[in-house]
Design a binder for this molecule. Structure first.
Ligand code: TEU
Ligand code: CA
Length: 579
């Protein structure tokens, strides 16, 4: 039998550079800031960090629009600072992953500037250019009806050369033409080899299933008749050559023994996920499946989303489905996570902010959910202290994400700024916008939450609750959310056979209030019994059945008292049961 690779039992901590720690008072987080917090990161008990894009970028999409893979965005620092972080992580026994954003580049990347400069430029074919279509009356139309993920047509007309280019995301994020082998080689060299040679341990791979497009570029079916453009992810996700491309990338990764976690949206079938993460295939180490974090979102995120628009059965189904990838039934592997920089805060979505008590209880209960599931565990900055969404009262001017603002402006245009519609958009954004994850990290109760210096104008507003919700305060409190996370990570590390690994069994499938499940070790010697109350009221529950009469130990809990036939509001318990 092969040895378990380090990353399977690992916990990986995600850092968003703009909002972690500002070292020079300009209101923007930076690499020196991160460097200064690595002892804190280590103290959490994590094994690795993943740093979101810190490359040179005009920042239309917070660095997911890279202008130069081999340079650092100046406000974040320099290549030397990045090298210092790599070294400092390794000194502390932490691995380090960078973000790899190569489905598209920035429109300011030198490659794109060349590509758009003329139809005969040698790099013309490095991006996806198509001629216009014309109606009988001569009206110019894009090559097809695809809608971009950030709204509007997925095609942008380029006046100088009279063609459209494809952008699945923002206009400023032109898609790279992966069909061109020369382009792929240049991408690998600049974005991967450059940093792997500097010693990073791997990549989080952005939108990993979108590189290969069906070359027919046929129209998407009309699912939203009110909209001129249609979003059908199946037309650009998991395309015909994707696994060929990833095998090619996989060869590079093997050479450096690098780990990868790929972002895998719109891939509901387990068999399709497995093609990416099967060890045999040597493509990716693991993936982010979005089933769980998408619960309660409208099909057309963030359209038609209201708070609490989800049921426990729905959440449970999604947990069950995704656990299949890491339960030993295949040679694949996946991840467990509830938050990242694209998601609203988990406590605000599935827990409670009604009282400080319910807030802490539900943050710990959710930690017990994500922290007991199989797969590599990812924790997003601030999740370990239970940070919550932007307050509902904050005006739209506090939102900075282009996805949020595009959506807001779209509804404004469509409805002529109708107050009812605008209120609904605001509610949806206050619930699910990506902005919630991007406000500054709350370190202490000093002005600007210790994120930046006093008097600095931070790039996003600091949450009003920082005087009471911050790292410093929780560090000194053995009952805090932060202390709970540390204990959870210690416990997970000590019991890999039933935490990071093991077989998930849903033992109470129709319960709409309490989520009870088991995690059995593959050798059958042990199991976890996990019971989580997702409501703010006491609920009856039959734990005796799962616990049996053998030996048992309570590993984690968020209340002192333990009743076997009831759970208090947002109560959670994790038992280890010997068989
Ligand atoms: O996200 C890709 C993605 O498919 C989505 O999660 C997307 O962010 C969401 O649906 C938009 O509402 C990745 C990055 O994580 C994200 O921050 C970038 O904006 C995006 O790629 C483009 O690079
Ligand atoms: Ca700074």
């Amino acid at each position: 039998t092969r040895e378990t690779p380090w990353w399977k039992n690992a916990t990986i901590y995600q850092i968003y550079p703009a909002s972690y720690k500002d070292s020079n008072g300009d209101g923007i987080g930076d690499l020196k800031g991160i460097l200064g917090q690595l002892d804190y990161v280590k103290s959490l008990g994590v094994d690795a960090v993943w740093i979101c894009p810190h490359y040179d970028s005009p920042q239309y999409d917070m660095g997911y629009d890279v202008a130069n893979y081999e340079a650092i965005y100046a406000p974040y620092g320099t290549v030397e600072d990045a090298e210092a972080i790599i070294a400092a992580c390794h000194e502390r026994g932490l691995k380090i992953l960078f973000d790899l954003v190569i489905n598209h580049t920035s429109h300011e990347h030198a490659w794109f500037k060349e590509s758009r400069s003329s139809k005969i430029n040698p790099k013309r074919d490095w991006y996806i250019w198509r001629p216009a279509k014309y109606d009988a009356d001569g009206t110019r139309r894009p090559p097809n009806n695809w809608r971009s993920i950030f709204g509007g047509s997925a095609w942008e007309w380029d006046e100088p050369t009279q063609e459209y280019y494809l952008h699945l995301f923002a206009v400023q994020q032109p898609d790279v033409n992966w069909e061109n082998a020369e382009t792929r080689a240049a991408v690998y060299e600049s974005s991967m080899h450059f940093w792997l040679r500097k010693g990073i341990d791997g990549f989080r791979v952005d939108t990993v299933n979108m590189y290969s497009k069906d070359q027919s570029y046929r129209d998407a079916p009309i699912i939203d008749p009110k909209n001129e453009f249609q979003l059908d992810a199946s037309l650009f996700c998991n395309g015909p050559r994707i696994h060929e491309f990833l095998r090619e990338m996989g060869q590079i990764l093997l050479k450096y023994n690098a780990v990868t976690v790929g972002e895998l949206p719109s891939t509901p079938e387990i068999a399709d996920v497995l093609k990416y993460v099967s060890a045999e295939e040597k493509q990716l180490s693991m993936v982010f499946q979005f089933d769980i974090v998408d619960v309660g979102k409208g099909k057309d995120f963030p359209f038609q989303t209201t708070p609490r628009n989800w049921t426990l059965s729905d959440l449970r189904e999604r947990v069950k489905r995704t656990q299949k990838l890491s339960d030993g039934s295949t040679d694949g592997w996946s991840t467990t996570f509830l938050e990242n920089h694209d998601q609203a805060r988990s406590v605000s979505r599935w827990g409670s902010e009604k009282t400080p008590e319910l807030w802490a209880l539900s943050a710990k209960m959710l930690a017990m959910l994500v922290g007991t599931l199989s797969g590599t565990l990812y924790v997003y900055q601030g999740q370990e202290i239970g940070m919550v969404n932007i307050p509902e009262e904050w005006p739209i001017s506090e939102y900075k994400d282009l996805d949020s603002l595009n959506y807001y402006n779209y509804v404004k245009e469509q409805t002529g700024n109708h107050p009812v519609a605008m209120k609904a958009v605001k509610v949806a954004l206050a619930h699910l916008a990506r902005d919630h994850a991007r406000i500054p990290m709350q370190w202490d109760d000093s002005p600007n939450a210790g994120f930046s210096s006093e008097g600095a104008k931070t790039w996003m507003r600091v949450h009003d609750n920082y005087p009471t919700l911050n790292v410093k305060r929780q560090t000194n409190d053995p009952n805090s959310v932060l202390s709970f996370w540390r204990e959870l990570l210690r416990t997970r590390r000590a019991n890999p056979k039933v935490f990071a690994q093991g077989v998930f069994v849903d033992t109470d499938p129709s319960n709409e209030s309490v989520f009870i499940f088991e995690k059995g070790s593959l050798d059958g010697s042990q199991k976890l019994v996990v019971a989580l109350n997702f409501t703010g009221e006491k609920q009856s529950a039959d734990l005796g059945k799962s616990l049996g009469s053998g030996s048992r130990q309570t590993l984690l809990k968020n209340y002192e008292e333990e009743s076997l036939d009831a759970l208090q509001a947002y109560e959670g318990r994790v038992y280890l049961v010997g068989k």
